[in-house]
Design a protein around this ligand. Sequence first.
Ligand SMILES: [Zn+2]
Length: 408
Amino acid sequence: MHQKIEEKMIDYLENLAQCGRTANDGVTRRLYDVFWCDAQQMLTTLCKNAGLDVCHDKVGNLFGRRQGSNPLAKSILSGSHLDTVIDGGKLDGIYGVISALIAIEMLYLEYGQPDKTIELIAFAEEESSRFDYGFWGSKSFLELADLREVSALVDDEGISFLEAMEFALKGLDDIGNRSYKEYAAFIEVHIEQGQILEKSQKRIGVVEQIVGLVCYEFLLKGVSNHAGTTRMDERADAMLTYAEIVVSVTAYAKKEGFVLTFGKIKCTPNSSNIIAGEVFATIDMRAPNTQKLAEYAQHVEKIIYTLSKNNNTTATIHKWLNQAAQKFDTTLIETLTLICEKKQIPYKKMPSSAGHDSQIIAPYIPTAMIFVPSIKGISHSPKEATHIKDLVVGVEVLMELLYELAYK
Ligand SMILES: [Zn+2]
């Protein structure tokens, strides 16, 4: 069995990696682009070869169904997203889709028809790598998104969201209807994208929750002036304020143990011999405890205002995202830990610091996530990798869980 799963994993991963392969041996597969369409076709073929009934919903989420014998029971859903970041790896997202496919196939070979229907899902989009909109697949599945929200969006080539969608979906002739209310559980298998499992020498992460996320944009205003004639004590230098904020807030994050990133900066006028009059920048901060995160955020705002004032500059802060931590289903977490203990697989209960489709699904369907280790924690890169034996263990744990949920 182990050998068979390994062969299928290598084969399917390699097939899907061809859909959008880049010069760096990475993958770029963005929502509704030609490579996304290729991947849809590839996956449809693989699902049909495995005997699954395939359909797409109206935004292009793909479903592969193994019908159960009990027509009254709710179905069990497993999968992840089909799209990638630009020049991403071969595992993020698609590994969870392939894991679901292999698990459904192998369970059927071993035990025949399940009692409850098991269904694979490949979400159309999660990464927001083409349009400025994330979780389009899972949000549409839950009826939380609609076309009005995306109708004004264009990609970096000026193609509108709706145009792109029409192009991609016209090739799909199997549009069906799926309601999230049909499902009793959702399981997502995913690479960790961090180093917690590798460093603790565990092979499975049982994810308890997705961390909370607060995002800021802020604008610091000073006075642009001559780099030579303006004395240091006469300046209102927005860049200096920014630098002090970065140092001070980073030290605070380290002391309190949360993660924080200054990822984007725009300086005006951005000239080597002019004092910066304005700095626009962003902060992305994450912590497992929603209450604590709110306290950290408040303190970060205070630091920004205080340092701005000390430097004769002003600050305007805009908190544009405030997402609470999302806990997963405790019964499913318990079942997963029992499976790992029974199979003697070293595991760790852990939070996820990255966002996933599961956090969107969890308030509506009992949800669990299974992590496998990422080598050196690298992800969103062509160097993204996981040892094949760990990829296989992820499938084996998923199989056990699907067996518990759909066969017993
Ligand atoms: Zn992902």
